[in-house]
Design a protein around this ligand. Structure first.
Ligand code: SF4
Ligand code: SF4
Length: 315
């Protein structure tokens, strides 16, 4: 339905929470614990996603090392079988610099092709889908998060949360810095570019910056860079606002266990899974969702699935 694209349902009156008789574990004749533990070791989507991510990043490496002309360049700017692809935030900075210096007409056709193609591709495939299916930093941050969660569980450290609106300040701030300095300043801090180029062309000193951020995420605040800073993720979040590919929630199958929110990078996008919060039988995760599918893996009731909005589920 077209309303699925436009209405999150957040401002509507919530449904009453389901009674015990209506809960999925009761309907399937299981105890709550048996039902909840059923999917604990399911890693289907995580394994598929990691395979895609590693394959794509290794394809860059193989293309360079073996001189294959398949996927040349890096995740900051590349050519796929001769077809240009641009990092969208990189492109926005270039646009900002060239439009304030009067050189916008000098931007090449390949720039525009690369910029528009990547926007269209990631619009179809879920905006921040780039983060979890392509970005090499994401996989490092996932492992750092495991360590962070272990230290929290052992009460060695405390979690620190910040305001997620911080990333809009960074988004605008780095554009302004680019305009003021006429340089792509963010590129010196960009996890995606640093790791991608280091994998392809060999390690650089900038990896020390990556290490520092990872350590901060392990000991202070999990997923700090992706949640509060990275303007590339924010750009893809804008791109994914009306994306057809999303995570679909089916209230009938939900048992309010909250396992999905525990594993989610952006749990605010799953607000409707909490008891008494859903306002529709079907909700879709919002544009900050990276479509990384851990929630789909862990959901004991199969209430979360990959889906094309308004059409049937894919899983
Ligand atoms: S937010 Fe940035 S660093 Fe994090 S996964 Fe997305 S693109 Fe990569
Ligand atoms: S959608 Fe979330 S809260 Fe509901 S059953 Fe699945 S994991 Fe539990």
């Amino acid at each position: 339905m077209i309303s699925d694209y436009l209405i999150s349902g957040k401002n509507k009156t919530p449904f009453k929470p389901k009674s015990v008789d209506q809960m999925p574990h009761s309907l399937s004749g299981l105890s709550y614990k048996e039902w909840r533990d059923a999917r604990k070791k399911n890693h289907k989507w995580r394994n598929i996603r990691w395979s895609v991510l590693l394959f794509m990043n290794l394809l860059f490496v193989a293309s360079f090392v073996l001189d294959l002309s398949v996927l040349e360049g890096s995740l900051s700017g590349s050519r796929l079988i001769g077809f240009y692809l641009m990092d969208p935030y990189n492109s926005l900075q270039l646009l900002a610099i060239s439009s304030t210096t009067g050189y916008i007409a000098m931007l090449t056709m390949n720039f525009w092709i690369g910029f528009i193609t990547i926007l269209l591709f990631w619009f179809i495939f879920g905006g921040r889908g780039f983060c979890s299916w392509m970005c090499p930093y994401h996989i490092l941050a996932e492992w750092a998060e495991k360590l962070h969660n272990y230290l929290i569980k052992k009460k060695k450290i405390k979690e620190h949360h910040y305001n997620t609106a911080l990333r809009f300040i960074f988004f605008v701030g780095f554009i302004l810095l680019a305009v003021l300095t006429k340089n792509l300043v963010f590129e010196n801090l960009n996890m995606v570019g640093i790791i991608s180029k280091s994998l392809i062309y060999g390690p650089s000193l900038l990896l020390l910056w990556v290490l520092a951020v990872i350590l901060f995420e392990v000991f202070v605040s999990k997923r700090f860079w992706c949640r509060y800073v990275c303007p590339i993720g924010t750009t893809y979040s804008f791109v994914g606002k009306l994306s057809p590919l999303s995570i679909k929630f089916d209230l009938d199958k939900c048992g309010y266990c909250l396992e999905c929110q525990k594993v989610c990078l952006v749990p605010h996008e799953l607000w409707f899974v909490q008891r008494g919060k859903a306002t529709q039988n079907v909700h879709y995760a919002g544009s900050d969702c990276t479509r990384y599918g851990l929630c789909v893996d862990v959901c004991p009731g199969n209430a979360l699935t990959y889906a094309v909005r308004g059409a049937s589920s894919l899983t």
